[in-house]
Design a protein around this ligand. Sequence first.
Ligand code: NI
Length: 458
Amino acid sequence: MNRKKLKRRSFWINTFLLFFIGILTISTFSLMTMATKKDNASTSEANKVTVPTKIMFNTSESDIPGIKIVTETSTDASAPFVLQYPQTEYSTHNKAVFQYIERAKENYLTKTQNGKVEGDLTISYEIISHSSKKYSIALTTNRVIGEASEQQRIESFHWNLETGENFTIKDVLENDSKHLMMLSTLVRHNLYNNSTLSNEFSQDKIRLETQPTWENFDQFVVTDKSITFYFAESEEEIGLVNSIVTTIPLTTINELLAEPFQLLIEEDEVTQAPAETTKKVALTFDDGPNPKTTVQILEILNKYDAKATFFMLGNRVQAYPEIAKQVREEGHEISNHSWNHPDLTKLSTEKVQREIQDTNTIIEMVTGEKSTSFRPPYGAVNAAVRQQTNLPIVLWDVDTLDWQDRDAHQLLVNVKRDVKGGSIILMHDIHQSTADGLDAVLAYLQSEDYTFVKASDL
Ligand code: NI
């Protein structure tokens, strides 16, 4: 009975073993075949990267008549890419784009060592139109090589679709290097005041990248409203980051723009001969412009046919260029009150110079007129500050203390107390109480036969 059982068991075991050996043989054989196949496959892939063969081209229409979009795709397993870029019927347009695409591709294939290092490359496009039939093309290149983090940069091209020509930043700025210098100043201030960027990049770095050379400003896109600049961290090769970006409204730089890019603004120059009397006073307004209160003050000055002097801050001129322009257009005088309102006697010579020079620059840029004088913030001035400007320094003898009282009625009380022929009256066009109290002040001064002149006419 026992034997029989054993015999029977060994029969089943034998059958199972035979079956198992069979399966093993088949699997081993098929595994070997697969391995051989895989070997062949990877050899042929390696060859493909050296001379990429699996590249597909596809062309389609864009939203803009005359611009087609080319899509170039490589399905290569270790170094794939998708490149999309616009083309027109003009070889002048196409050549530059092709050259960039070829350079980006070559550089990428070199960096991935023909597929030994895994990578990814995509280039996408954006077409930005300007009403003068001028188009900016922004190609965004995203590149990954091996473990390195993704890198992005933007390369711009500028097409005139009517003539087939390219345009550059020189064409936008009337080919005038003085305009470029002013733009550079403005861009720097935008960047210094951008807290995200100024945390990431030092002022030295920003200054270096925004030096007023045409090359530094050649990466840009322009719309009917604004212009955006891209500054490269390094120009050495493709695929590098240009994360220093800034956008400037065209109203701020209208004076610098060539005709096709200029915004239409009516300009009627008001020139008024100052009245000849012995009882003259100069009304001065500091710390503006302000979009609300400065405009209200202009209305009151206009009512009394009074001309005044506005000591403006560079950063506020930059923020409200239209208001600064309006002040100038209504025949008032614009003067320099520094960029950020610091106590200049506590700053380095270099910083003082920048506070004054940059404010001069933006005032001239926005209003088309140079600053006529300079008033240091808090009236704080010493020999070192004086040395930094040739402008006459204008202080005051009647301090209305409007910034402290913030009381419309008190304004007149304080003026009455101190005013005399030849007085320079200090007020601030950024306080509502000053705008509200000014009418009474002007009514009083007029009734006392005072005439209102600009500070430089006293
Ligand atoms: Ni001030």
